[in-house]
Design a protein around this ligand. Structure first.
Ligand code: NCD
Length: 309
């Protein structure tokens, strides 16, 4: 049963632009004044329920709650939970509601977080549901863009790699489509193009300018942001297809020769081969900083959903 007052975060669209901008403001304040926030969640517990692998998302959620003075519990793989005994997601969620104050959940099935919130008495944060959405990665990305570019409008954004299965891409496009004068360059092989539903329901519906290409260098000189992504091995039905496509793009210093001096290179990580390590020394590479920002924006989100001031 959904309790009226509880606020969840399943899809980035559930947050208004004002709410997103307010979360960014709080995250920036946390970065500048961490001590102000260190006891805000004393006696609060975050449960991290991860039915799918994660490094950054789970650890940054845990770090966020610990830095707010709260506590964490949870599991990092389905095999260590009672799901392996056949328990339903609904039952797991009902039980954890008695142990924690807020849940961050990752699950391989699209729509699983929606099922979770329908059975939850405490806020649920979608930390990734299959190839669908990943709203807190998007909040991380928006904080990074705002801090590095000093704006969230008037941007040409290149998204490169697995645009089909990459949930971070779907959520980021949905969020950025609400800002002014955004243009997307969608760079992928034909087989990994952005799904039709995102093109129709987000880009076309909102009259957002976009082009599709399979050539990473074609629009390089126009980009303000280049968002690289990993080919999502775990969502392929056929290993031969994965092997054929996995190294389709490898960003290296040579390919960056045409890029703007203030390009912001992002990646939700983990990286496999799609960015050559020599790019890490380029000052335009922001992906490790981006991972760090994930903690602050998640702190801001936890405060908001728990209604802590
Ligand atoms: C992403 C994810 O899980 O979708 N990782 C993350 O949360 N930072 C990207 C990916 O796994 O490729």
């Amino acid at each position: 049963m959904i309790k009226k007052e509880i606020r969840h975060l399943i899809n980035i669209e559930e947050l208004s632009v004002k709410e997103i901008n307010d979360l960014i403001k709080v995250a920036n304040d946390i970065i500048n004044n961490p001590n102000k926030y260190k006891d805000k969640c004393n006696n609060k517990i975050l449960a991290t329920l991860f039915f799918e692998p994660s490094t950054r998302t789970r650890l940054s959620f845990e770090s966020a709650m610990l830095r707010l003075g709260g506590n964490v519990l949870g599991f990092s793989e389905a095999s260590s939970s009672s799901v392996s005994k056949g328990e339903s997601l609904a039952d797991t969620i009902k039980v954890v509601g008695g142990y924690a104050d807020i849940i961050a959940m990752r699950h391989p099935k699209e729509g699983s977080s929606l099922v979770a919130c329908m059975n939850s008495t405490i806020p649920i944060i979608n930390a990734g549901d299959g190839g669908h959405n990943h709203p807190t990665q998007t909040l991380t990305d928006l904080l990074t863009i705002q801090r590095e570019k000093k704006r969230l409008d008037n941007l040409t954004i290149g998204l490169c790699g697995d645009l089909k299965f990459g949930r971070t891409v779907h959520s980021l496009i949905t969020a950025m489509a609400r800002y002014k004068n955004i243009k997307f360059i969608l760079i992928s092989p034909k087989e990994l193009e952005l799904p039709e539903y995102v093109k129709k329901e987000v880009l076309e519906k909102n009259n957002i300018e976009y082009v599709e290409t399979n050539n990473i260098e074609e629009y390089m000189s126009e980009l303000d942001i280049l968002y690289m992504t990993r080919v999502q091995k775990e969502r392929f039905f056929n290993e031969a297809d994965y092997i054929r496509l996995k190294d389709y793009y490898i960003l290296d210093t040579n390919k960056l020769k045409l890029a703007k001096k203030d390009l912001c290179i992002m990646h939700p990580l983990p990286r496999v081969n799609e960015i050559s390590p020599d790019v890490d020394n380029d000052e335009r590479a922001k992906y490790f900083l981006q991972a760090k920002y994930g903690v602050y924006i998640r702190m801001a989100l936890i405060l908001k959903l728990l209604e802590v001031n």
